[in-house]
Structures are given as structure tokens and as C-alpha cells.
Design a binder for this molecule. Sequence first.
Ligand code: GAP
Length: 441
Amino acid sequence: MADTTLMEKLVSLCKRRGFVFQSSEIYGGLGSVWDYGPLGVELKKNVKDRWWRAMVHARDDIEGLDAAILMAPQVWEASGHVAGFTDPLVDCRTCKARFRADKIQDAQCPQKPSKHPGEHSTCDLTEPRLFNLMFKTFMGPVEEQAAVIYLRPETAQGIYVNYLNVLNSSRQKVPFGIAQIGKAFRNEITPGNFIFRTREFEQMEMQFFVKPGSDGEWFERWREWRMEWHHSVGLAPAKLRWHPHGPGELAHYAKAAYDIEYEFPFGWNEIEGIHNRSDFDLGRHQQYSGKKLDYFDQATNTRFVPYIIETSAGADRVTLTLLVDAYREEVVEGETRVVLGFHPSIAPIKAAVLPLVKKDGMPELAERIYHDLKRRFTCFYDDSGAIGRRYRRMDEAGTPFCITVDGQTTGDQTVTIRLRDAMTQTRVGVDQLGAWVSERV
Ligand code: GAP
């Protein structure tokens, strides 16, 4: 059963502590669009950095790319999105609400008492109609059909149309990959569950170009590597599982697909898709652009259109997963402490520097330590309130280490480091501090 209380607590914590705010809140908010606050932007950036490091910097066979959001409209004809990126919709003529025809049993009619659409005697539903999820806009000053362009619904196409540019300007040979992080837009009919399904979101996508026939093997390798990555950022393995796509579920471009799913409070849901896109995309771009996109393999003296293995994760969805996975409440000495137990590499603030009291030279020394450490990693300085309260504030922000300057520090140049999870303390020399924290984050 869905644990709505946990989601409510998380949404409230995210707002209170500056992780996520509703977009345009002072105007009543914009549906399913969210803004990241000071802690949220650091958290999401850490997710993207970890992904980029694993996919681009740690490998020799993947190059990075940052393609534009706006692309020639023919791209979306070729990709199949104009014809096929649709959801079936029904409208209610009585209450004017709109629902996804294939999700009617999950939807609520706005009329009271709460029922599914179609179940009230006054419900008057239309036949399902196909609704395209791409946002349209106009390029240039004239708003006419010829000027229509789209906000990209996936970053992948920017990689396909640049595949030869990257190949020719790098020293790569097939098999190789191109990785990209960027915004995507979908006019979702049933967005929701906080930042899980939104209309503007960021994708972390990698397209791996392989020789036809080796695609099955690469697909399996990428499945394994991507699951390992989710474990490496600290997600509980027991809450992750594979969902293979059956024939009726496959996207129009996919020959095979597996989702990595996480057990959210609102049920098991996809956080990343691994797809064997075959030669569908390059084949279609070749056909629509009239440009040859095949690859000459010097080793075998043959030409072929590469097959593509895609790994596609949502940066916002992974961020939500990390928040849900990290959230816990514990009773300590009769009081509830709320902790975001992030892996240190993901935590928005790595260390807090806290003078025990505001006298005896402690604030001056703590400030010096803070300014020194903040050159190496994200730090927070806090000298207000009882030390226990300050620890609790940092627990809620997910800060793994609290460095306390106390009476002993001014004498022997050591500080205490309090660990967020175990709540134990250890003494470390001030000159060792930077290295001690850096090694663990
Ligand atoms: N290029 C393939 C592709 O876009 P997808 O399964 O539609 O595949 C991939 O999307 C990932 O993008 C999803 O696993 C999810 O993490 C993220 N995503 C998709 N739609 C989203 C939305 N409306 N809001 C937030 N994230 C979304």
C-alpha cells in the first residue's frame, strides 16, 4: 500500500530545508514543474557528477556531448516522435477533466465522493484520442505551421545526429559511446508524485554504438554496469529490481528493453531504462536526411549502420530516489531525529564546522578551519543554538560530518568529528582534517 505519509514528510522537508520548491509558487504554482533550492541543486549536481565520472571520465570508450534543446523539426519526424510519441486521452464533458485512457483505474474523478472517472452517474467520457506529448513552439517572429519546432522530449536524438561529428573529431572506433546530460520536456497528462514525473526534467543518457550481432552482449554488459552504479551511489540493493519490457510495452524504437525500478512509497517505478534501439534511429536519420550514417570498419573492411545500446536515467528521478532511500526517523533519547543518510559523495554539504561556544577563541579558530576546508569541498558554518540542535539540523540536511571546535582545540589543535549515522565522535588533528574528510567524500 502507498505510504503517502512518508512522501508528505519528504516534500515538506524538501521545502523547509531548501531542496525543492514548487515553480512559480507565489502565483499558485505551475503544475508539475519544480525548482531546486540551495541544498537540492548541490544534491542533483552530485548525482550528475557521479554519473559523468562513471560514464565519461572513468572510461576511454565514451565521449561527452552537450547538444542544443532545439533541433530541426525533421529530427522528430525521423525519430518517430511526431507520429508515435502519444498517450491515449479521454475527456470528461461534465467536469472537463482529462485522463489517460490506459490509466483510468489509477485516476480519480474530481467529483465527490472520490471515484474513478466514469463511475459517477454524471460522468460523460469521450472516446480515447491520441495526444502528442511534445511541447511545440515557434522559431522566428511568425507563428505559422512552417515555423513549428519542438522542445526535445529526449536528449538521445542530439547524440544520433552528432554521431559522425564525434566519431570524426575523436579517436574512437566502434564500439564506442556518447554521453549527455540535459533538459527534456514532455507534456505529461498524469504527472505527479513530486519530482518523479514532471513536465520539465533532466536526462542522463548514453548511446553506445556497436557492431550488429554484438548488440545482445553489450546490452547485457550495460545492464550490469548500470545496476552497479545505482548501488555505488548508496541505493539499497533490496529496493532495486529489473523490469523486462514485454512486446506490448516496448517503445517504438526498441528491440529489447529493461527498466531499473525502485520501490517508492507509491510502489515500484522506473528510474532508468536500458534499451537495445537496434539500427532504428540511425537508419531513420539516414533515410530522412539523405546523408550516409554508416561506419567503415577497417578491421573487417566492411560497412554497417551501428546498433545502439542506450542507457537513459532521469537526474530528477534518481535525486528523488536518493531522497526517499536516505530518509529515516529514529528516536534518540526520547526525541525523534530525522536523518537523510546520503552516501558522503552525494551529500549536498560534506562537513559542518561548529564552534562549541561563542567565546574563548573558538569562533575565530572555527572560522579559519571553515574557510580552509570550503576550498576543498562544500562546508557549512553554524554557531547558533545548542550543539545538539546544530547536529540535528545537519542530520536533516544529510551532512555526514560535523566538526566541532571545543576547549581542547585551542590547546592541542585537535577537533572532534561527529559521524551522522553512528553519532559517535573521533578526535582528529586540525592539520589532518582536510585529508580526513576528502578521503571519505
Ligand atoms: N531516450 C529514451 C527515453 O527517453 P524513457 O524511458 O522515456 O526513455 C528515460 O525515459 C528516463 O527519463 C526514465 O527512466 C526517467 O528516469 C526519466 N523520465 C522520463 N520521463 C520523465 C518525466 N516526465 N519526469 C521525470 N523523469 C522522466
